[in-house]
Design a protein around this ligand. Sequence first.
Ligand code: PSU
Ligand code: MN
Length: 322
Amino acid sequence: MWTRDKDGEHMEDRHTDQPGIGYSPEVRDALAHGAPVVALESTIISHGLPRSINLDVARELEAIVRDGGACPATIAVLDGVVHVGLADHELERVASGQGIRKLGARDLVLAMATGESGATTVSAVCMVAARAKIRVFVTGGLGGVHRGWQESLDESADLVMLSRTRLTVVAAGVKSILDVPATLQRLETLNVSVIGYRTGRFPGFYLADSGLPVEWSLDSVAQIAAVMRSQDALGAQGQALLVANPVPVERQLDPALHDQVLREALSAAADRQIGGQALTPFLLDFIARGTGGASVDANLAAVRGNAALGAAVAVAYAGDAA
Ligand code: PSU
Ligand code: MN
C-alpha cells in the first residue's frame, strides 16, 4: 500500500498489508518512520524462565529497550496471527503458558494455518524480523549444537536461520548446556559473523567466559553499527551478526556450582530420555532448581544487559541511516 506523507512524497507502508501478520501501533509507527526497533523473542518468557517472574521480566525487557530510545517488538503467534509487538494483555497470555507452544521457524506456518498460539524461538524471530524489516534482536543465549550431537544430531535451528538472515543478534553467547566448541565451529561454517563486545572471550551464557576465545572484539556501539553498514555495502547473502555480550562477572553463576549442576542436569536428561524441543527448557529448569535460583539471576543479568546494548545498537544504526 502506498500513501502520501505530509510533503507529498510517496511513502511505502510495508506494514499494513501482510496477511497473517499484525503489528502493534507503536511498532508500525516506528518502522514507518525508520525509528530504531528491537525485536525480542518470547520463548525465553514462556519456556525459559519460572512462571513466578516471567511476566515481570517480559515487561522489564521492553522498558529497558524503551529507556534506551528504541521501540520494543516482542514477537509471538496468537490465534494464528504473527504479532510483532504485543499489548500488555497479550504479553500476559504468552507468560501464562496456557496453550502456548514453542515455535521454531518451521512451526510458524503451521501455527498460522491452524490458528494456534506459540512463543517464538530465535530461529522463528529470524524469519519474522526479516519480513518485518527489523534489524536488531535481543535474546538471552542462542541455541546451538547439543552435547552428544554425534548420536542425536540435535542442533538448534537457530544456527541455520542465522546463516540466512541479516540480523544483528545480541546474546550472552550460546547456552552453556550446549557443546560450545562445536557450536562455534558451526557458526564459522555457516558464515555468521561473531564479535565479542568488550571481550576477547566467547561468553558462556550463565558465565562471562565459556573458556573459548573470539577472534574479533569491538568496544563501541558505533563500531557495531559500522559492521552493519558494511553488511549493507557488501550486499550479497544475508547473514547475521552475533554480538556476544557477556554477563557481568560479578553477576555470573559461580563456575564450580555451574559445572556441578550442569553435569547433574545432563545426566538427568539422558536418564529420562528427554530430547527434541523439550531438551532446552528441561535443562534450564533443572539448573534453576539445582542452583536455588542463582542461574535465573545470572540469566536475567545477561538478558537485561543484552536489551540495553541492543537498544543502543539500534539507535546507532538508525542514526547512521538518517
Ligand atoms: N535464551 C534464554 N532462554 C531461552 C532461550 C534463549 O535466555 O529459553 C530459547 C530461545 O528461544 C532459543 C531456544 O531459540 O531457547 C533454543 O531452543 P532449541 O535448543 O530447542 O532450539
Ligand atoms: Mn533442539
